[in-house]
Design a protein around this ligand. Structure first.
Ligand code: G6P
Length: 365
């Protein structure tokens, strides 16, 4: 089917704006809004899963990293997450009871497909979180966990990423329920929280003007650092990837606690620091990291919610994202982070949808 850009300047911009719909369509495959039940498609019985191995490349890998926090917190299942190009050649010892989950927009990425085949060869149960449902991975995995993002044209993944995060979050709820970690009332509460995500994402996209206003300054940077804690440390990695992919500005993402172990050496007036910090249990810790950045003259842009904005140190530029439960924070903070990369790239005049040297789907090693 022909996919139209509509009134948007780039497919990436359109796809960022598509995210409330993409997320909602995806969630409808997992969550029943009436009963509040969360279901794993394909009859996967999480009560029998002892360990989850997530394998993916690029942005899909970061969706996997985010989901680890959710599976471990909600379902108490140990989760490993690894890039496919390492996993497939490491030939790790496998333990029965491991569910291998590959995550891929295209379902064709060579390394991820090879890793899936290797896991199958080891006799593991396999599942694929895939957006292209006719793809090789969708066919070959024992179970398809679909995302319903629709066709994604922009090389830099946006709506496929948030759809992967949405699907994996719903699966974490289903897993927690199947393992008796909480009762049906709590399952319904969590499901309904997650079903709020499309509306909250729409609100988070509405901060676009404030983000666009930051682009001219950021576009002058040679290096940009991203920090976050918990699931936001994975979103920091994704934010840095997005910026380097489309604006060609060197960017690195770090777990905020690692600041002292290296990246602090890079802080100066010319190195913008992006901090992703909802007002959760780790907010104070991240703020003390920020004071150290400020003491060294590093300009800070803080993505937080209203409460976090109130408690932010003076002198920090703040982008206020809708207040939300930690369950949906990775989804709600994603669009603003994508929009930042997008507007910086536009400011630099870069070819946003076709960044140099990159391919949408990497089917060779
Ligand atoms: C390429 C794309 C990325 C994508 C990665 C994995 O590098 O440019 O946007 O995240 O491949 O692709 P997949 O289709 O497996 O999600």
């Amino acid at each position: 089917a022909l996919v139209e850009r509509g009134n948007y300047r780039h497919f990436m911009e359109k796809e960022i704006h598509d995210q409330p719909d993409a997320c909602q369509h995806t969630l409808s495959a997992y969550l029943d809004p009436v009963s509040g039940k969360a279901t794993a498609p394909g009859g996967v019985d999480f009560a029998k899963v002892d360990r989850i191995q997530i394998i993916a490349c690029g942005t899909a890998f970061y969706a996997g990293l985010i989901s680890r926090y959710l599976f471990e917190r909600l379902a108490r299942i140990p989760v490993d997450v690894e890039v496919a190009s390492e996993f497939r050649y490491r030939e790790p010892p496998v333990t029965p009871g491991t569910l291998a989950i590959v995550v891929s927009q295209s379902g064709e990425t060579a390394d991820t497909l090879a890793a899936l085949r290797w896991c199958k060869g080891q006799g593991l149960q396999t599942a694929a979180v895939v957006n292209v449902h006719e793809s090789t991975m969708a066919r070959e995995a024992d179970v398809l966990f679909p995302t319903h993002a629709g066709p994604e044209i922009g090389v830099a993944s946006t709506k496929a990423f948030t759809s992967q995060v949405a699907a994996l979050t719903a699966l974490a709820i289903a897993a927690g329920a199947a393992r008796g970690m909480f009762d049906a009332t709590e399952e319904a509460r969590l499901s309904r929280l997650l079903l709020e995500a499309p509306r909250l994402i729409a609100q988070s996209i509405a901060v676009e003007d404030a983000i666009r206003a930051l682009a001219p300054d950021l576009a002058k940077a040679r290096d940009v650092l991203y920090f976050g804690r918990g699931a936001m440390s994975a979103l920091a990695l994704e934010g840095a990837l997005k910026l380097k992919e489309i604006s060609y500005i060197h960017a690195e993402g770090y777990a905020a606690g690692e600041l002292k172990h290296g990246p602090i050496a890079l802080i100066d007036e010319a190195t913008p620091v992006i901090v992703i910090a909802p007002s959760d249990a780790l907010y104070e810790k991240t703020m003390s990291n920020m004071s150290e950045v400020m003491a060294r003259g590093g300009p800070i842009i803080l993505f937080t919610d209203a409460e976090g904005a109130e408690n932010a140190p003076a002198g920090v530029k703040v982008i206020v994202v809708p207040t939300c439960d930690p369950l949906v924070a990775p989804l709600v903070f994603s669009a603003p982070i994508q929009l930042l990369a997008y507007h910086v790239a536009v400011q630099k005049g870069a070819d946003v949808d076709q960044p140099r040297n990159l391919a949408k789907s990497v089917t060779v090693e």
